[in-house]
Design a protein around this ligand. Sequence first.
Ligand code: ADP
Ligand code: ZN
Length: 525
Amino acid sequence: MPDAPRELLRRVFGYDQFRGAQADIIHHLLGGGDALVLMPTGGGKSLCYQIPALLRPGTAVVISPLIALMQDQVDALQQLGVRAAFLNSSLELGAARAVERSLRAGALDLLYIAPERLLTDRCLALLESIDIALFAIDEAHCVSQWGHDFRPEYIQLNCLHERWPQVPRIALTATADTPTRNEIIAQLRLEAARLFVASFDRPNIRYRVVEKANPRQQLRDFLRREHPESAAIVYCSARRRVEETALYLQTQGFKALAYHAGLPADTRRTHQLRFLREEGLVMVATIAFGMGIDKPDVRCVAHLDMPKSLESYYQETGRAGRDGLPADAWMTYGLSDVVMQRRRIEESEADERFKRIELHKLDQMLGFCETAHCRRQVLLHYFGETLEQPCGNCDTCLEPVETWDGTDAARKALSCIHRTGQRFGSAYLTDVLLGKANERIRRFGHDRVSTFGIGQRIDGRTMTAENWRSVYRQLVAAGLVAVDIEGHGALRLTEAARPLLRNECTIQLRRDPERQRSRDKTRAP
Ligand code: ADP
Ligand code: ZN
């Protein structure tokens, strides 16, 4: 029997070989099975349903929430000679009716459709009247109520299974953590579906995290040194920071543009187009930028603020190096990020369960920032994947982090929190430990507590304010200390701190951060 999928891959799409699990997925669908496909962005999910769409009788219905991208996808398919069309709110009535007519006439191989449109009675009736080759549910994580892309209509997509039990369904997503995966299976009734999980590793991306001191200057130095003429994306947490940073980079001689949802639509469009077309542009943006941006030669994605979860971090850094050539993911990170993210969670309207999940995700993100191990191993582990060996292409692999027995330091840091009443942030606590009798400390009488000045030396080593801030960050990341948002970033002890305070265990800390800074300075371009 001729290999029909392979033949189509060559003839229609012009590619020689299937990638990864594509061939298996296609054969599974052709055999009538359901599939859940977890594959990173750029992994080649589309072909997994486009080829079966062409080989099975009837029209394949592709459900996608990204209305803005449908037109592009359909245009691209039409150029290849595939009979594709889309239905969404951007179409004029006349155009929509024309699509419906071709659908009824059996003249379409693929129909892209927005979920809210699909769920209308009119559309469901229309689909009842035609042959359906398969249902592809793209961006399937939108069904997750605890994810950030939640779309209520996605939940109702379980009706597809009830109405068309014989039609194979394929759900696809690039969000692979286990809770989301389970939710997709449960909500879309995909219990019997075969699961295809591709590797999420992006070996050409070099991960680096540096301590946040003066983030804009750190960024400028990094870009000058390693990416003076590269296309780069710089993510900031807030619109104002986006604008300030873009302006700053411009004054420093970079071609930098700003992008966030508060800019007029035409400004956003021109900036996006310039980024795609011109060489060496730095796009400074909020996370509003990037969905569906297909620019293969982005050499660097920088984060001036820590993302809220490893999924976001992975998605955002994943926009670097799509062409497979070396690329950088670079981030500055400090305790202020923890405070900001915690505040965001506490102040959100969400219910308690949602907040707990968000806090848990934040902890995982912190663990990544503070790890002394290979960052890629930590990142992939979060996605349920095991990388046997350290990767050799992240900062901790390239310059292994020294660890030290931080038991004594940690205990002093913790008791300082305790002695000062769990009401102060790391900067204040550090001053107390270093014995700085400034006005504020004297006012509170903390120049007389037993921890005043006990942190000047640890094990014979002089301790700097940075050293102590690093200790506090690591204690937060390890869950021994919590950041109190009500108390404006005050640190307090958690239950987990008890064993250490009671001398029942020891703790290893990473040696931070002077090494990292000097490394930044000395590394040649
Ligand atoms: P995803 O939806 O997973 O982000 P796409 O389906 O958009 O990824 O594919 C990403 C890119 O890889 C596209 O440019 C696509 O044409 C290309 N691609 C997909 N499969 C193959 C293949 N087997 N051989 C070569 N290129 C491929
Ligand atoms: Zn590594």
